[in-house]
Design a protein around this ligand. Structure first.
Ligand code: PNS
Length: 160
């Protein structure tokens, strides 16, 4: 059985993430969405909230599971007996950011990284931009699931 890991902070999950996860789920027997819960960055949503949103968003994919992880993603992949990491690429700057990590990860444990190009309609969508637009009152309904939009609007109001 081939298993892949899709890692990220997913703060929150966007339709861009789901595009990559859904396509990975067609390439591998099982996909583990690995939600980084390291407390290094300031987040809008707690690990529990991010995991709950991701689980709901991935419900249509029967071969996708969601897990939180701390520490090195390579260690998580080894624990899971995954054969690959899957990352989405939106642009050449994503590639520049991801390439050294892919090299480091394969040097650490031999885990390969599979890059999937973001679908054209999602290539500009990021959690950071979605949060910025929402915080200034913009409409991001086209870029996140409905229940994520509700959570974003509620959190933006709390942060004002
Ligand atoms: O969505 P993000 O913020 O780009 O996700 C980052 C994440 C969680 C995938 C990345 O920070 C990560 O892999 N963290 C685990 C620590 C690690 O393995 N670092 C070395 C990478 S070569």
């Amino acid at each position: 059985m081939s298993k892949a890991v899709c890692p990220g902070s997913f703060d929150p999950v966007t339709l861009g993430h789901l595009d990559i996860i859904g396509r990975a789920a067609r390439l591998f027997d099982e996909v583990v969405v690995a939600l980084g819960v390291n407390p290094s960055k300031s987040r809008w949503f707690s690990p529990e909230e991010r995991i709950a949103m991701m689980e709901r968003a991935c419900a249509p994919f029967p071969n996708v599971v969601v897990r939180g992880f701390t520490g090195l993603v390579t260690e998580f992949c080894a624990e899971q007996r995954a054969v690959a990491l899957v990352k989405g690429l939106r642009s050449s700057s994503d590639f520049d950011y991801e390439l050294p990590m892919a090299h480091m990860n394969v040097a650490l444990t031999g885990i390969e990284t599979v890059f999937l190009p973001a679908s054209t309609g999602q290539s500009f969508v990021s959690s950071s931009l979605v949060k910025e637009v929402v915080s200034f009152g913009g409409d991001v309904a086209a870029f996140v699931p409905d229940f994520v939009l509700e959570a974003l609007l509620e959190r933006a109001a709390q942060r004002r």
